[in-house]
Design a protein around this ligand. Structure first.
Ligand SMILES: [Zn+2]
Length: 335
């Protein structure tokens, strides 16, 4: 999509439709602080952390869960750079590219997308223009994109601001699709790219560097252990967590927040949260407790902050209640 003219933009931004979708959909909000920082053009440079020789995490915000700027990463090989996720807007993508340029002048060959939520891929166009090809799962459907791509873009302009979105085009259609496991080899580096199932979203991919024992987990992991399954499935997430454990990674980069000093503890924290939630919702369904009452102990979701900790907890509870209800009725709960 080449940028619509101002009139088109105004139509897309009609408050009634946009506000409805923001509340109803899985639009991912950055907080007002981050939005204002972007609108006013304040520097949003990711912090680079070297996890192994040539392997970098670009760390976004910490301590703000899914509301913070996401993490990304990149790996420098002799023949070029592989980028993992492209951040939330063209301007964030440019900051990431500048960070890469502070380390190497080699060309960016590939961008691998962990999934198709806008905060992880809306900067991809910057890398495509620089000559990179995209590796992603072909299923780009998310709840946030239910209203179509124009609506998603308009919603996102409201989140990050027009300035940050300048030059935006959808660039997440894969040149190389991964639906199972695919190994990318580049100048002696191996990248094992795996679809763990629809755990956090339909198009989830994990990127594993077996020699360096580094995993880029995308939003399968969030620093506070409360992974969203609203676009995915809790049972699939538990299986994905087991496969993450089996890798015995030295470093794991979550989709948002601090890189854990002990990856197993973050996986365990996530597993405990999901397992407890499933048990509670299963018990409620078996007792015939209506969903509303089953949610009574949870703080309310915050309408304007759909991925705050409280909102994630409540929205996940709704999703998992429905999963358990389907299972109880004998319907297949796993997509
Ligand atoms: Zn996500």
């Amino acid at each position: 999509m080449n940028g619509p003219g101002p009139a088109g933009r105004l139509d897309l931004l009609s408050p009634a439709s946009a506000v409805f979708r923001l509340v109803a959909s899985y639009a991912l909000f950055l907080s007002a602080t981050a939005v204002n920082a972007q609108v006013t053009g304040a520097a949003q440079v990711p912090t680079l952390r070297q996890l192994a020789p040539g392997v970098y995490a670009a760390v976004g915000d910490t301590g703000r869960g899914s509301e913070g700027r996401p993490n990304a990463g990149f790996v420098v090989t002799d023949s070029g750079v592989v980028v993992i996720d492209a951040l939330a807007s063209p301007s964030q993508g440019e900051e990431l590219l500048r960070s890469i340029r502070s380390i190497t002048r080699r060309p960016v060959k590939w961008v691998v997308l962990t999934h198709h939520h806008p905060d992880h891929h809306f900067g991809t166009t910057v890398f495509r223009r620089a000559g990179a090809k995209v590796i992603a799962h072909p299923d780009r459907q998310t709840l946030a994109s239910e209203g179509g791509e124009d609506a998603l873009m308009a919603d996102w302009v409201r989140v990050v601001g027009l300035d940050a979105m300048r030059g935006f085009e959808f660039a997440d259609k894969p040149d190389r699709e991964v639906t199972g496991t695919d190994t990318l080899l580049l100048s002696g580096r191996s990248f094992v790219i795996t679809h763990p199932g629809a755990a956090h979203s339909a198009g989830d991919l994990m990127i594993w560097l077996p020699k360096e024992r580094v995993l880029f987990a995308g939003d399968l992991l969030v620093e506070d252990g409360v992974t969203m399954v609203v676009d995915g499935n809790s049972e699939v997430l538990l299986k994905a967590l087991a496969s993450i454990d089996s890798l015995q990674a030295r470093s794991v980069v979550p989709g948002h927040g601090a890189i854990p000093s002990n990856p197993r503890m973050l996986v365990q924290r996530t597993r405990t949260y999901i397992t407890d939630l499933r048990s509670a919702m299963r018990a409620a369904v078996e007792r015939g407790t209506p969903m509303g009452r089953a949610m009574a102990g949870l703080p309310p979701a915050i309408e304007t902050r759909p991925v705050s900790l409280d909102s994630r907890r409540r929205r996940n509870a709704v999703r998992v209640y429905l999963e358990e209800e389907r299972a109880y009725m004998g319907l297949d709960s796993t997509p």
